[in-house]
Design a binder for this molecule. Structure first.
Ligand code: GLC
Ligand code: MG
Length: 534
Protein backbone atom coordinates (compact mmCIF):
# COMPACT_ATOMS: atom_id res chain seq x y z
CA UNK A 1 0.00 0.00 0.00
CA UNK A 2 1.50 3.39 -0.83
CA UNK A 3 0.96 6.60 1.14
CA UNK A 4 -1.79 7.61 -1.21
CA UNK A 5 -4.04 4.67 -0.46
CA UNK A 6 -3.77 4.78 3.30
CA UNK A 7 -6.41 6.61 5.21
CA UNK A 8 -5.04 9.83 6.58
CA UNK A 9 -6.44 11.74 9.50
CA UNK A 10 -7.39 15.41 9.56
CA UNK A 11 -4.35 16.35 11.61
CA UNK A 12 -2.10 14.72 9.03
CA UNK A 13 -3.73 16.30 6.01
CA UNK A 14 -4.60 19.75 7.31
CA UNK A 15 -2.82 22.87 8.45
CA UNK A 16 -2.82 23.92 12.11
CA UNK A 17 -2.94 27.57 13.18
CA UNK A 18 -1.90 28.81 16.61
CA UNK A 19 -4.01 31.57 18.13
CA UNK A 20 -2.60 33.51 21.07
CA UNK A 21 -6.00 34.43 22.50
CA UNK A 22 -4.94 37.67 24.21
CA UNK A 23 -3.88 39.03 20.86
CA UNK A 24 -6.20 37.72 18.17
CA UNK A 25 -9.42 39.74 18.47
CA UNK A 26 -10.97 41.77 21.26
CA UNK A 27 -14.77 41.73 21.26
CA UNK A 28 -15.63 43.53 24.50
CA UNK A 29 -13.45 46.62 24.35
CA UNK A 30 -10.99 45.84 27.14
CA UNK A 31 -7.93 45.76 24.89
CA UNK A 32 -7.42 42.02 25.39
CA UNK A 33 -8.45 39.37 22.88
CA UNK A 34 -11.20 36.95 23.86
CA UNK A 35 -13.23 33.92 22.78
CA UNK A 36 -16.04 35.83 21.10
CA UNK A 37 -13.39 37.71 19.22
CA UNK A 38 -11.93 34.45 17.95
CA UNK A 39 -15.39 33.22 16.95
CA UNK A 40 -15.91 36.41 14.95
CA UNK A 41 -12.74 35.70 12.96
CA UNK A 42 -13.41 32.06 12.08
CA UNK A 43 -14.52 32.93 8.57
CA UNK A 44 -11.09 34.40 7.96
CA UNK A 45 -9.35 31.22 9.12
CA UNK A 46 -11.65 29.15 6.97
CA UNK A 47 -10.96 31.40 3.97
CA UNK A 48 -7.24 30.93 4.61
CA UNK A 49 -7.70 27.16 4.49
CA UNK A 50 -6.89 26.29 8.10
CA UNK A 51 -8.03 22.91 9.45
CA UNK A 52 -7.10 22.96 13.14
CA UNK A 53 -7.00 25.91 15.49
CA UNK A 54 -4.87 25.63 18.63
CA UNK A 55 -5.61 28.11 21.39
CA UNK A 56 -2.95 29.02 23.93
CA UNK A 57 -4.51 28.77 27.44
CA UNK A 58 -7.86 30.46 28.09
CA UNK A 59 -8.42 29.01 31.56
CA UNK A 60 -8.78 30.63 34.98
CA UNK A 61 -5.42 32.07 35.89
CA UNK A 62 -3.74 34.81 37.91
CA UNK A 63 -1.86 35.50 34.64
CA UNK A 64 1.63 35.40 36.12
CA UNK A 65 2.63 33.66 32.89
CA UNK A 66 -0.32 34.83 30.79
CA UNK A 67 -2.44 31.76 31.30
CA UNK A 68 0.27 29.10 31.54
CA UNK A 69 -0.34 29.34 35.29
CA UNK A 70 -3.75 27.74 35.71
CA UNK A 71 -5.89 28.00 38.82
CA UNK A 72 -8.89 26.07 37.46
CA UNK A 73 -8.47 23.70 34.54
CA UNK A 74 -12.20 23.61 33.87
CA UNK A 75 -12.91 27.30 34.05
CA UNK A 76 -12.53 30.05 31.46
CA UNK A 77 -10.83 33.27 32.57
CA UNK A 78 -13.40 36.12 32.55
CA UNK A 79 -11.03 38.15 30.35
CA UNK A 80 -11.62 35.56 27.64
CA UNK A 81 -15.33 35.04 28.33
CA UNK A 82 -17.40 32.21 29.74
CA UNK A 83 -17.81 28.49 29.28
CA UNK A 84 -20.85 29.32 27.12
CA UNK A 85 -18.65 31.45 24.89
CA UNK A 86 -16.30 28.52 24.63
CA UNK A 87 -19.09 26.12 23.71
CA UNK A 88 -20.25 28.55 21.04
CA UNK A 89 -16.73 28.85 19.65
CA UNK A 90 -16.40 25.07 19.49
CA UNK A 91 -19.76 24.79 17.78
CA UNK A 92 -18.84 27.41 15.21
CA UNK A 93 -15.46 25.80 14.55
CA UNK A 94 -17.12 22.45 13.94
CA UNK A 95 -19.82 24.03 11.80
CA UNK A 96 -17.02 25.12 9.47
CA UNK A 97 -15.58 21.64 9.38
CA UNK A 98 -12.57 22.78 11.36
CA UNK A 99 -11.08 21.43 14.58
CA UNK A 100 -10.25 23.03 17.91
CA UNK A 101 -7.25 22.19 20.06
CA UNK A 102 -6.66 23.37 23.60
CA UNK A 103 -3.44 23.95 25.46
CA UNK A 104 -3.05 21.44 28.27
CA UNK A 105 -0.61 22.52 30.98
CA UNK A 106 -0.01 19.40 33.06
CA UNK A 107 3.51 20.06 34.34
CA UNK A 108 2.59 22.82 36.77
CA UNK A 109 -0.39 24.70 38.14
CA UNK A 110 -0.70 28.21 39.46
CA UNK A 111 0.29 28.63 43.11
CA UNK A 112 -3.29 29.88 43.47
CA UNK A 113 -4.76 26.57 42.35
CA UNK A 114 -6.69 24.96 45.25
CA UNK A 115 -4.47 21.88 44.89
CA UNK A 116 -1.38 23.90 45.71
CA UNK A 117 -3.16 25.93 48.38
CA UNK A 118 -3.93 22.67 50.12
CA UNK A 119 -0.54 21.20 49.46
CA UNK A 120 1.27 24.13 51.00
CA UNK A 121 -1.07 24.38 54.01
CA UNK A 122 0.77 21.73 56.05
CA UNK A 123 3.26 18.92 55.69
CA UNK A 124 0.60 16.31 56.43
CA UNK A 125 -2.05 17.64 54.09
CA UNK A 126 -3.28 14.82 51.80
CA UNK A 127 -2.19 16.86 48.78
CA UNK A 128 1.29 17.58 50.14
CA UNK A 129 2.75 14.98 47.81
CA UNK A 130 0.98 16.43 44.76
CA UNK A 131 3.87 18.87 44.36
CA UNK A 132 7.64 18.59 44.73
CA UNK A 133 8.45 19.50 48.31
CA UNK A 134 11.95 18.90 49.65
CA UNK A 135 13.98 19.73 52.72
CA UNK A 136 16.81 22.20 52.63
CA UNK A 137 20.32 20.77 52.73
CA UNK A 138 21.94 20.69 56.19
CA UNK A 139 23.49 24.10 55.48
CA UNK A 140 19.99 25.44 54.70
CA UNK A 141 20.71 25.71 51.02
CA UNK A 142 18.49 24.51 48.18
CA UNK A 143 17.99 20.78 47.50
CA UNK A 144 20.15 20.95 44.35
CA UNK A 145 21.43 23.33 41.66
CA UNK A 146 18.47 23.27 39.30
CA UNK A 147 17.61 26.57 37.65
CA UNK A 148 14.30 28.10 36.66
CA UNK A 149 13.75 28.80 32.97
CA UNK A 150 12.62 32.30 33.97
CA UNK A 151 15.83 33.06 35.87
CA UNK A 152 17.26 32.25 39.29
CA UNK A 153 16.87 29.10 41.33
CA UNK A 154 14.08 26.62 40.60
CA UNK A 155 13.50 26.26 44.33
CA UNK A 156 11.27 28.48 46.43
CA UNK A 157 11.36 28.39 50.21
CA UNK A 158 8.06 28.06 52.02
CA UNK A 159 8.39 29.76 55.39
CA UNK A 160 5.23 28.23 56.79
CA UNK A 161 6.09 24.57 56.26
CA UNK A 162 9.87 24.97 56.17
CA UNK A 163 10.48 23.18 52.88
CA UNK A 164 11.33 24.11 49.33
CA UNK A 165 9.04 23.55 46.35
CA UNK A 166 10.24 23.12 42.78
CA UNK A 167 9.15 25.38 39.94
CA UNK A 168 10.68 24.92 36.50
CA UNK A 169 9.21 28.28 35.46
CA UNK A 170 7.79 31.12 37.56
CA UNK A 171 7.65 30.90 41.38
CA UNK A 172 3.91 31.13 40.82
CA UNK A 173 4.03 27.92 38.73
CA UNK A 174 4.81 25.05 41.15
CA UNK A 175 5.52 21.75 39.37
CA UNK A 176 3.17 18.86 40.01
CA UNK A 177 4.50 15.52 41.20
CA UNK A 178 3.63 13.26 38.28
CA UNK A 179 4.83 10.17 40.14
CA UNK A 180 1.75 10.50 42.31
CA UNK A 181 -1.16 8.45 40.87
CA UNK A 182 -3.73 10.93 42.21
CA UNK A 183 -2.10 13.70 40.20
CA UNK A 184 -2.19 11.50 37.13
CA UNK A 185 -5.88 10.77 37.60
CA UNK A 186 -6.73 14.40 38.32
CA UNK A 187 -5.11 15.54 35.08
CA UNK A 188 -6.66 12.74 33.04
CA UNK A 189 -10.00 13.90 34.41
CA UNK A 190 -9.27 17.38 33.14
CA UNK A 191 -8.52 15.96 29.70
CA UNK A 192 -11.73 13.93 29.79
CA UNK A 193 -13.73 17.03 30.67
CA UNK A 194 -12.64 18.82 27.49
CA UNK A 195 -12.67 15.74 25.27
CA UNK A 196 -16.24 15.01 26.35
CA UNK A 197 -17.14 18.54 25.30
CA UNK A 198 -15.87 17.68 21.85
CA UNK A 199 -12.47 19.34 21.83
CA UNK A 200 -10.35 17.76 19.08
CA UNK A 201 -7.08 17.52 20.90
CA UNK A 202 -4.40 19.14 22.97
CA UNK A 203 -1.07 20.78 22.61
CA UNK A 204 0.65 19.58 25.76
CA UNK A 205 2.82 22.20 27.43
CA UNK A 206 6.46 21.30 28.25
CA UNK A 207 5.86 17.60 27.88
CA UNK A 208 9.52 16.73 28.39
CA UNK A 209 9.55 18.41 31.80
CA UNK A 210 6.88 16.28 33.41
CA UNK A 211 9.09 13.87 35.37
CA UNK A 212 12.30 14.80 37.20
CA UNK A 213 15.09 12.65 38.57
CA UNK A 214 13.89 11.09 41.83
CA UNK A 215 17.37 11.41 43.33
CA UNK A 216 17.49 15.10 42.50
CA UNK A 217 20.99 14.89 41.09
CA UNK A 218 22.70 18.18 40.21
CA UNK A 219 22.59 19.23 36.57
CA UNK A 220 26.07 19.53 35.01
CA UNK A 221 27.39 22.79 33.57
CA UNK A 222 26.78 23.49 29.88
CA UNK A 223 30.18 23.98 28.21
CA UNK A 224 28.52 25.67 25.21
CA UNK A 225 26.63 28.30 27.18
CA UNK A 226 26.24 31.56 25.30
CA UNK A 227 25.78 34.57 27.59
CA UNK A 228 23.09 36.01 25.32
CA UNK A 229 20.80 33.08 26.10
CA UNK A 230 18.61 32.45 29.11
CA UNK A 231 20.75 32.01 32.26
CA UNK A 232 18.88 28.70 32.60
CA UNK A 233 21.10 27.31 29.84
CA UNK A 234 24.18 27.52 32.06
CA UNK A 235 23.34 23.97 33.09
CA UNK A 236 22.38 21.00 30.98
CA UNK A 237 18.96 19.96 32.32
CA UNK A 238 19.70 16.25 32.05
CA UNK A 239 18.21 15.42 35.46
CA UNK A 240 15.35 17.92 35.56
CA UNK A 241 13.89 17.06 32.14
CA UNK A 242 13.47 14.19 29.63
CA UNK A 243 13.54 11.38 32.18
CA UNK A 244 12.74 7.86 30.92
CA UNK A 245 9.57 7.60 33.03
CA UNK A 246 7.99 10.53 31.20
CA UNK A 247 7.11 8.14 28.40
CA UNK A 248 4.81 6.17 30.70
CA UNK A 249 2.91 9.36 31.43
CA UNK A 250 2.64 10.29 27.78
CA UNK A 251 1.37 6.81 27.01
CA UNK A 252 -1.23 7.10 29.74
CA UNK A 253 -2.48 10.33 28.18
CA UNK A 254 -2.49 8.77 24.75
CA UNK A 255 -4.55 5.82 25.96
CA UNK A 256 -7.17 8.25 27.11
CA UNK A 257 -7.10 10.14 23.80
CA UNK A 258 -7.54 6.85 21.97
CA UNK A 259 -10.86 6.26 23.69
CA UNK A 260 -12.16 9.09 21.54
CA UNK A 261 -12.36 9.46 17.75
CA UNK A 262 -9.57 11.15 15.82
CA UNK A 263 -8.26 13.34 18.61
CA UNK A 264 -4.71 14.57 18.42
CA UNK A 265 -2.04 15.04 21.05
CA UNK A 266 0.80 17.42 20.19
CA UNK A 267 3.74 17.62 22.56
CA UNK A 268 5.77 20.77 23.17
CA UNK A 269 9.28 19.36 23.35
CA UNK A 270 12.58 21.18 22.85
CA UNK A 271 15.08 18.36 22.39
CA UNK A 272 17.55 17.19 19.79
CA UNK A 273 15.97 14.99 17.11
CA UNK A 274 17.30 11.73 18.50
CA UNK A 275 15.58 12.38 21.86
CA UNK A 276 12.53 14.05 20.34
CA UNK A 277 11.41 11.09 18.29
CA UNK A 278 11.19 8.93 21.42
CA UNK A 279 8.05 10.93 22.25
CA UNK A 280 6.19 9.18 19.43
CA UNK A 281 6.29 6.34 21.91
CA UNK A 282 6.91 2.65 21.47
CA UNK A 283 4.79 1.58 18.49
CA UNK A 284 3.49 5.12 18.20
CA UNK A 285 1.66 4.96 21.48
CA UNK A 286 2.99 8.34 22.55
CA UNK A 287 2.30 11.82 21.22
CA UNK A 288 0.85 11.95 17.70
CA UNK A 289 2.97 14.97 16.94
CA UNK A 290 5.97 15.76 19.10
CA UNK A 291 6.53 19.35 17.96
CA UNK A 292 9.52 19.58 15.65
CA UNK A 293 11.17 22.95 16.32
CA UNK A 294 14.20 22.60 14.06
CA UNK A 295 13.08 25.38 11.71
CA UNK A 296 12.81 27.86 14.54
CA UNK A 297 16.11 26.93 16.09
CA UNK A 298 18.54 26.50 13.20
CA UNK A 299 20.41 29.28 11.40
CA UNK A 300 18.74 30.05 8.06
CA UNK A 301 21.26 28.20 5.95
CA UNK A 302 20.42 25.94 3.01
CA UNK A 303 22.90 23.19 3.82
CA UNK A 304 22.11 23.10 7.52
CA UNK A 305 18.38 23.01 6.91
CA UNK A 306 18.63 20.33 4.25
CA UNK A 307 20.71 18.21 6.60
CA UNK A 308 18.23 18.75 9.42
CA UNK A 309 15.28 17.76 7.22
CA UNK A 310 17.07 14.57 6.23
CA UNK A 311 18.06 13.81 9.78
CA UNK A 312 14.47 14.23 10.91
CA UNK A 313 13.00 12.19 8.05
CA UNK A 314 15.53 9.48 8.80
CA UNK A 315 14.91 9.45 12.55
CA UNK A 316 11.11 9.21 12.43
CA UNK A 317 9.69 5.89 13.59
CA UNK A 318 7.94 3.91 10.81
CA UNK A 319 4.44 5.28 11.39
CA UNK A 320 5.51 8.54 12.99
CA UNK A 321 3.93 11.51 11.23
CA UNK A 322 6.22 14.55 10.77
CA UNK A 323 5.41 18.15 11.60
CA UNK A 324 7.01 21.58 11.18
CA UNK A 325 6.90 24.92 12.97
CA UNK A 326 8.38 28.32 12.03
CA UNK A 327 7.31 30.49 14.96
CA UNK A 328 5.36 30.40 18.20
CA UNK A 329 4.52 32.62 21.17
CA UNK A 330 7.86 31.92 22.85
CA UNK A 331 10.25 32.62 19.98
CA UNK A 332 11.03 35.45 17.57
CA UNK A 333 8.77 35.56 14.53
CA UNK A 334 10.06 34.10 11.29
CA UNK A 335 9.83 37.41 9.39
CA UNK A 336 12.02 39.09 12.00
CA UNK A 337 14.47 36.25 11.98
CA UNK A 338 15.02 35.83 8.25
CA UNK A 339 13.61 39.04 6.76
CA UNK A 340 10.59 39.73 4.60
CA UNK A 341 11.84 38.16 1.37
CA UNK A 342 13.09 34.94 2.97
CA UNK A 343 9.93 34.69 5.07
CA UNK A 344 8.13 33.95 1.80
CA UNK A 345 10.57 31.16 1.03
CA UNK A 346 10.11 29.91 4.59
CA UNK A 347 6.35 29.79 4.09
CA UNK A 348 6.85 27.69 0.97
CA UNK A 349 9.17 25.38 2.88
CA UNK A 350 6.74 25.01 5.78
CA UNK A 351 3.81 24.31 3.48
CA UNK A 352 5.54 21.88 1.13
CA UNK A 353 7.55 19.71 3.50
CA UNK A 354 6.11 16.33 4.43
CA UNK A 355 4.14 16.60 7.63
CA UNK A 356 1.70 18.82 9.45
CA UNK A 357 2.56 22.54 9.38
CA UNK A 358 1.68 24.84 12.26
CA UNK A 359 1.31 28.52 11.41
CA UNK A 360 1.62 31.10 14.18
CA UNK A 361 -1.08 33.80 13.96
CA UNK A 362 0.11 36.84 12.07
CA UNK A 363 2.98 35.08 10.33
CA UNK A 364 0.68 34.74 7.32
CA UNK A 365 0.78 38.53 6.88
CA UNK A 366 4.46 38.81 7.73
CA UNK A 367 4.01 40.31 11.18
CA UNK A 368 7.30 41.14 12.82
CA UNK A 369 8.45 41.22 16.41
CA UNK A 370 7.33 44.56 17.76
CA UNK A 371 9.90 46.31 19.94
CA UNK A 372 8.33 46.83 23.35
CA UNK A 373 9.85 49.65 25.44
CA UNK A 374 11.22 48.46 28.80
CA UNK A 375 8.44 50.14 30.79
CA UNK A 376 5.82 48.25 28.77
CA UNK A 377 7.34 44.77 29.10
CA UNK A 378 4.83 42.30 30.52
CA UNK A 379 6.30 38.85 29.95
CA UNK A 380 7.70 37.36 33.17
CA UNK A 381 10.68 35.99 31.27
CA UNK A 382 11.50 39.54 30.18
CA UNK A 383 10.82 41.05 33.59
CA UNK A 384 12.82 38.50 35.57
CA UNK A 385 15.88 38.74 33.35
CA UNK A 386 15.92 42.48 32.68
CA UNK A 387 19.58 42.76 31.70
CA UNK A 388 19.04 40.72 28.52
CA UNK A 389 16.41 41.34 25.89
CA UNK A 390 14.58 38.04 26.33
CA UNK A 391 11.01 39.21 26.63
CA UNK A 392 8.56 37.21 24.53
CA UNK A 393 6.17 40.16 24.22
CA UNK A 394 7.44 41.24 20.76
CA UNK A 395 6.05 38.06 19.18
CA UNK A 396 2.71 38.34 21.03
CA UNK A 397 1.39 41.68 19.80
CA UNK A 398 -2.18 42.20 18.55
CA UNK A 399 -3.18 40.77 15.19
CA UNK A 400 -3.08 43.45 12.51
CA UNK A 401 -6.46 43.22 10.79
CA UNK A 402 -6.92 46.59 9.12
CA UNK A 403 -5.82 50.21 9.10
CA UNK A 404 -8.30 51.55 11.65
CA UNK A 405 -7.02 53.10 14.87
CA UNK A 406 -6.23 49.88 16.74
CA UNK A 407 -5.75 47.73 13.67
CA UNK A 408 -9.23 46.24 13.92
CA UNK A 409 -8.07 44.28 16.95
CA UNK A 410 -9.91 46.40 19.48
CA UNK A 411 -11.60 49.75 19.84
CA UNK A 412 -9.37 50.69 22.77
CA UNK A 413 -5.62 50.71 23.32
CA UNK A 414 -4.48 47.08 23.23
CA UNK A 415 -2.62 45.33 26.06
CA UNK A 416 0.56 45.32 23.98
CA UNK A 417 1.38 48.03 21.49
CA UNK A 418 1.01 47.80 17.72
CA UNK A 419 3.90 48.68 15.42
CA UNK A 420 3.70 52.10 13.70
CA UNK A 421 3.48 50.44 10.28
CA UNK A 422 0.41 48.29 10.94
CA UNK A 423 -1.55 50.44 8.48
CA UNK A 424 0.60 48.94 5.74
CA UNK A 425 0.92 45.42 7.10
CA UNK A 426 -2.53 44.07 7.82
CA UNK A 427 -5.06 41.51 6.62
CA UNK A 428 -7.39 43.84 4.78
CA UNK A 429 -4.53 45.49 2.90
CA UNK A 430 -3.13 42.13 1.85
CA UNK A 431 -6.36 40.33 1.03
CA UNK A 432 -6.70 42.41 -2.12
CA UNK A 433 -3.20 41.90 -3.44
CA UNK A 434 -2.10 38.74 -5.26
CA UNK A 435 1.50 39.56 -4.34
CA UNK A 436 0.99 39.80 -0.61
CA UNK A 437 2.31 37.42 2.01
CA UNK A 438 -1.28 36.57 2.87
CA UNK A 439 -2.15 35.65 -0.71
CA UNK A 440 1.00 33.55 -0.91
CA UNK A 441 -0.08 31.64 2.20
CA UNK A 442 -3.59 31.14 0.92
CA UNK A 443 -2.41 29.89 -2.47
CA UNK A 444 0.15 27.57 -0.92
CA UNK A 445 -2.40 26.12 1.48
CA UNK A 446 -4.89 25.65 -1.33
CA UNK A 447 -2.36 23.93 -3.55
CA UNK A 448 -1.27 21.77 -0.65
CA UNK A 449 -4.83 20.74 0.12
CA UNK A 450 -5.68 20.10 -3.54
CA UNK A 451 -2.70 17.85 -4.19
CA UNK A 452 -2.26 14.57 -2.33
CA UNK A 453 1.43 14.66 -3.29
CA UNK A 454 1.78 17.81 -1.21
CA UNK A 455 -0.27 16.92 1.85
CA UNK A 456 0.35 13.21 2.21
CA UNK A 457 2.91 12.37 -0.45
CA UNK A 458 6.38 11.02 0.01
CA UNK A 459 9.41 13.23 0.37
CA UNK A 460 12.69 12.79 -1.48
CA UNK A 461 15.64 15.14 -1.22
CA UNK A 462 17.11 16.07 -4.61
CA UNK A 463 19.85 18.59 -4.00
CA UNK A 464 21.26 21.08 -1.50
CA UNK A 465 24.15 23.50 -1.73
CA UNK A 466 25.18 26.80 -0.12
CA UNK A 467 22.24 28.61 -1.67
CA UNK A 468 19.40 26.27 -2.37
CA UNK A 469 17.38 23.25 -1.34
CA UNK A 470 15.53 21.03 -3.82
CA UNK A 471 13.17 18.17 -3.07
CA UNK A 472 10.36 16.20 -4.57
CA UNK A 473 6.94 15.39 -3.19
CA UNK A 474 5.19 12.49 -4.79
CA UNK A 475 1.94 10.54 -4.60
CA UNK A 476 1.32 7.92 -7.24
CA UNK A 477 2.16 9.38 -10.64
CA UNK A 478 1.89 12.94 -9.42
CA UNK A 479 5.22 14.62 -8.65
CA UNK A 480 6.17 18.11 -7.54
CA UNK A 481 9.64 19.55 -7.52
CA UNK A 482 10.20 22.24 -4.90
CA UNK A 483 13.15 24.59 -5.38
CA UNK A 484 13.99 27.09 -2.67
CA UNK A 485 16.66 29.74 -2.93
CA UNK A 486 17.61 30.57 0.65
CA UNK A 487 20.00 33.29 -0.43
CA UNK A 488 19.47 36.78 -1.82
CA UNK A 489 21.50 36.08 -4.97
CA UNK A 490 20.17 34.36 -8.07
CA UNK A 491 21.05 30.74 -8.48
CA UNK A 492 20.34 27.96 -10.89
CA UNK A 493 19.44 24.36 -10.60
CA UNK A 494 20.55 21.71 -13.04
CA UNK A 495 19.53 18.21 -12.17
CA UNK A 496 22.40 15.78 -12.03
CA UNK A 497 20.57 12.59 -12.87
CA UNK A 498 17.17 13.37 -14.22
CA UNK A 499 15.80 15.77 -16.78
CA UNK A 500 12.95 17.65 -15.15
CA UNK A 501 10.15 19.15 -17.23
CA UNK A 502 7.02 20.75 -15.95
CA UNK A 503 4.94 23.77 -15.10
CA UNK A 504 5.48 26.25 -12.27
CA UNK A 505 2.33 26.10 -10.14
CA UNK A 506 3.55 28.10 -7.17
CA UNK A 507 6.13 30.82 -6.75
CA UNK A 508 7.12 33.42 -4.22
CA UNK A 509 7.00 35.72 -7.29
CA UNK A 510 3.49 34.86 -8.52
CA UNK A 511 4.16 36.30 -12.01
CA UNK A 512 6.16 33.20 -12.70
CA UNK A 513 3.30 30.80 -12.15
CA UNK A 514 2.12 29.12 -15.34
CA UNK A 515 5.60 29.19 -16.91
CA UNK A 516 7.06 25.91 -18.03
CA UNK A 517 10.56 24.82 -17.18
CA UNK A 518 12.96 22.33 -18.62
CA UNK A 519 16.65 21.77 -18.34
CA UNK A 520 18.45 24.38 -16.20
CA UNK A 521 16.10 26.31 -13.93
CA UNK A 522 17.15 29.80 -12.81
CA UNK A 523 15.85 31.30 -9.62
CA UNK A 524 15.92 34.92 -8.45
CA UNK A 525 17.33 35.70 -5.07
CA UNK A 526 14.76 34.82 -2.37
CA UNK A 527 12.73 32.81 -4.81
CA UNK A 528 10.96 29.55 -4.23
CA UNK A 529 9.00 27.65 -6.86
CA UNK A 530 6.84 24.57 -7.01
CA UNK A 531 6.92 22.70 -10.31
CA UNK A 532 4.34 20.15 -11.32
CA UNK A 533 6.47 17.60 -13.13
CA UNK A 534 5.35 15.99 -16.37
C1 GLC B 1 5.72 26.58 27.53
C2 GLC B 1 4.91 27.71 26.98
C3 GLC B 1 5.44 29.00 27.53
C4 GLC B 1 5.30 28.96 29.02
C5 GLC B 1 5.98 27.73 29.62
C6 GLC B 1 5.55 27.49 31.02
O1 GLC B 1 7.04 26.63 27.10
O2 GLC B 1 4.92 27.68 25.58
O3 GLC B 1 4.78 30.11 27.00
O4 GLC B 1 5.86 30.11 29.60
O5 GLC B 1 5.64 26.57 28.91
O6 GLC B 1 4.22 27.03 31.04
MG1 MG C 1 -11.60 41.45 25.39
Amino acid sequence: MNENQKKHLWWQEGVIYQVYPRSFQDSDGDGVGDLRGITSRLDYLQWLGIKGIWLSPVFSSPMADFGYDISDYRGIHPLFGTLEDFDELLKQVHARNMKLLLDLVPNHTSDEHPWFQESRSSRDNPKRDWYLWYDAKPDNSEPNNWLSVFGGSAWEWDEHTQQYYYHAFHTKQPDLNWRNPEVQQAMLDVMRFWLDKGVDGFRVDVMWHMIKDSQLRDNPPNPDYNPLELPYRQLLPIYSTDQPEVHDIVKMMRELMDQYDERVMIGEIYLPISRLVAYYGVENQGAHLPFNFQLLALPWDAKLLAAAISEYEGALPPEGWPNWVLSNHDKPRITSRVGKAQARVAAMLLLTLRGTPTIYYGDEIGMRDVPIPPEEVQDPQGLNIPDKYLSRDPARTPMQWDNSEYAGFSNVKPWLRLPEYFRRVNVSEQQGSPFSMLSLHRRLIQLRQDEPALHIGEYAPVHADDQMIAYIRQAGEQRFLVLLNLSHRPCYFKAAHEHYKGLIVGSTYPEREGTSISDTITLSGDEGIIVRLE
